[in-house]
Design a protein around this ligand. Structure first.
Ligand code: HEM
Length: 479
């Protein structure tokens, strides 16, 4: 089946003016994210111009225009609000940016809103990220399969940093076989179909197309408006992202599965699938409800929704895929929810695992998790909305019964607590509901008392200027 068209005409996007990671996944093995503080604005302007041009022996910032053969490395650059100020944007101009971006990820209101509290609080963040005011630039380097290329290009970049920026830290990531993440799940399956984006290498799915303006400034968004900023030079083809370092405690997650699968009377693998919404091999519960089975063809892995009205396929009640599972909270698809609908809150995920694979025989104390960007045109309406509302609350689901009628249950009773992956999950109040048939939730099993297994170790709200916008900022800083 083909993706359904939306009413808006397809915009002609100048892919050469858009930073690549926004609209296309690089499918690489290694990433290195340099966290930088500007020490000399004019020298930084010169450095950025060299990266835009690919001059002075430096690699060029990667655009959304696909080139053949595949380049040795991919490079993208984003700014924090203090970073844009250091480049010379005025306070009035900065006031036109996304309100959450202006506050920054270390702001206490922002942090408590997205659940960065306790061990996850900004004061505990690593790599210089605890001090949001000193973080100005994130320069990310992705390399396909050669650690040597990663080191060679890193050395070139580090030589160019001298006199312009200070490297606060570098956060590395390494892909795991079959796109697995540390809890053993296959990731990187579902991404939004962005209107007008370059053709993807992944097979097309049957999901609705999302307006360009949900991911790029200057184009109509799902509400019919346009996210924009001043100056005009930054107002088209730019985007925002939440950069996150999320540490995963694999031993604690295994223990959670062990304890609660016994309580729920199901296998560990089934509970793992219920928590995520997909089996660890990637098969969605909607298409493989009772057992994992062999991996479905890639082209089918994202072809499902939750409300069909047909007895055989409808899952309004979450009997197959829990209403509170990770994928259903983060993209409820056609389920009735508070917050208009899922297409107003989509994000592009560009994160990769870091740290060594967990070996229960040799647990060690190495840190591991997921690091990268969650990309959107509005930090407030997309990343922050998802994190603060749908991941931390359970009352966003609207009253809905399935084809069997209200005696079978209602979706509102079949969700509780927070996302098991992303919620704060204080054991005093945490819970996760496994739906059963029955009026008013009487057939449900609710698991309670588990703790957080993913801790935030760093966060940055960033702005990815268009390529022409990068040139503008480079000139501004040198003026
Ligand atoms: C360490 C942290 C995380 C882990 C282990 C994790 C794991 C996963 C897995 C295994 C999937 C299924 C694969 C797929 O559909 O592509 C998934 C999907 C998804 N995750 Fe996460 N995730 C994490 C963080 C986040 C964050 C921070 C967000 C956003 C706030 C997020 C939003 C999503 C979305 C939107 C989907 C796709 C849902 C869909 O379209 O069906 N995830 N995640």
């Amino acid at each position: 089946m083909c993706a359904q068209p939306v009413a808006a005409p397809t915009p002609a996007i100048d892919y050469g003016d858009v930073q690549g990671t926004i609209l296309r996944g690089y499918r690489v093995d290694f990433a290195r994210h340099f966290i930088l503080s500007i020490t000399n604005a004019a020298a930084t302007g010169k450095l950025i111009q060299a990266l835009v041009d690919g001059s002075d022996g430096l690699p060029k910032i990667t655009t959304a225009r696909r080139t053949m053969p595949k380049p040795d490395c991919f490079l993208n650059l984003s700014f924090t609000c203090p970073g844009l100020a250091a480049m010379g944007l005025s306070a009035a101009e900065l006031g036109s940016f996304d309100a959450s971006f202006q506050l920054g990820a270390t702001n206490s209101k922002v942090a408590s809103n997205v659940g960065d509290v306790g061990d996850s609080a900004p004061q505990n963040w690593i790599g210089g990220l605890n001090n949001g005011g000193q973080v100005h630039l994130l320069l990310s380097l992705w390399v396909d399969d050669s650690l040597q290329v990663l080191e060679t290009v890193s050395a070139q970049l580090r030589a160019a940093f001298v006199g312009a920026v200070t490297e606060l830290s570098a956060q590395d990531a390494t892909a795991m076989p079959d796109n697995k993440v540390h809890f053993g799940y296959r990731d990187s399956i579902a991404q939004p179909n962005v209107l007008g984006a370059p053709p993807s290498k992944r097979p097309p799915d049957d999901q609705p197309v999302v307006a360009t303006g949900e991911f790029l400034l200057g184009y109509p968004n799902e509400s019919g408006g346009t996210y924009s900023v001043t100056p005009a030079q930054l107002a088209t083809n730019s985007s925002y992202a939440a950069f996150r370092i999320l540490e995963q405690d694999v031993a604690a997650f295994d223990e959670l599965l062990e304890t609660y699968s016994t309580q729920a009377g199901m296998s560990r693998e089934m509970l793992a699938a219920k928590i995520c919404g997909r089996w660890r091999n990637g098969n969605p519960l909607e298409l493989a409800p009772t057992e994992q089975g062999p991996v479905l063809p890639t082209a089918q892995l994202n072809n499902f929704t939750y409300v069909t009205g047909q007895t055989a396929t409808d899952d309004t009640l979450g009997l197959k895929c829990p209403v509170g599972s990770h994928i259903r909270r983060n993209n409820p698809r056609n389920e009735a929810v508070v917050g208009t609908d899922s297409s107003h809150h989509r994000i592009v995920r560009r994160a990769m695992p870091y740290g060594p694979p967990y070996d229960p025989q040799k647990p060690g104390d190495a840190a591991r998790g997921l690091v990268g960007y969650f990309i959107n045109a509005s930090v407030q309406n997309q990343f922050e909305f998802l994190t603060s509302q749908w991941n931390q609350q359970s009352d966003f689901v609207k009253s809905a019964v399935g084809p069997g009628g209200s005696n079978d249950g209602n979706a509102v009773f079949n969700i509780s607590g927070e996302d098991v992956f992303l919620g704060v999950n204080d054991p005093a109040s945490s819970s996760f509901t496994l739906a059963g048939v029955g009026k008013n939730g009487t057939g449900n099993t609710t698991l309670a008392g588990f703790g957080r297994t993913i801790t935030t170790r760093g966060g940055v709200y960033c702005f990815f200027p268009s390529i022409s916008g990068l040139g503008y900022l480079a000139s501004l800083a040198q003026a």
